[in-house]
Ligand binder design. Structure first.
Ligand SMILES: [Zn+2]
Length: 103
């Protein structure tokens, strides 16, 4: 249970997975939403998908946003955005499901 007083916003950065998320929901029962963060790799999408399922279907916490970090970088020589992760790494452990699907 949160006893730290009134807050406008509390951001908690959790490690990948679902175990600590359930604990957070017990500590902060009035959770208004979650922002999920992933990287462009199928395994990360899988982990986020599981956490999102837990959040929405079990804990009834809505999704506020979904962020994909490390999607691209800007080449310092030609200023062109390039993928930050190779296609092989992007699809590893996920094959065709490498891109996030609509949740
Ligand atoms: Zn370049």
């Amino acid at each position: 249970m949160w006893h730290g007083g009134d807050l406008d916003l509390l951001l908690v950065d959790l490690p990948p997975g679902t175990e600590r998320f359930a604990t957070l929901c017990e500590l902060v029962p009035d959770l208004h939403g979650v922002v999920m963060v992933t990287i462009p790799a199928a395994v990360s999408h899988l982990v986020v998908r599981k956490a999102l399922t837990l959040a929405q279907e079990v804990l009834r916490v809505p999704l506020i946003g979904l962020v994909e970090n490390m999607t691209a970088y800007v080449c310092p020589e030609c200023n062109t955005p390039r993928p930050a992760v190779s296609p092989a790494a992007r699809s590893r452990a996920g094959g065709a499901g490498a891109r996030p699907r609509a949740f």
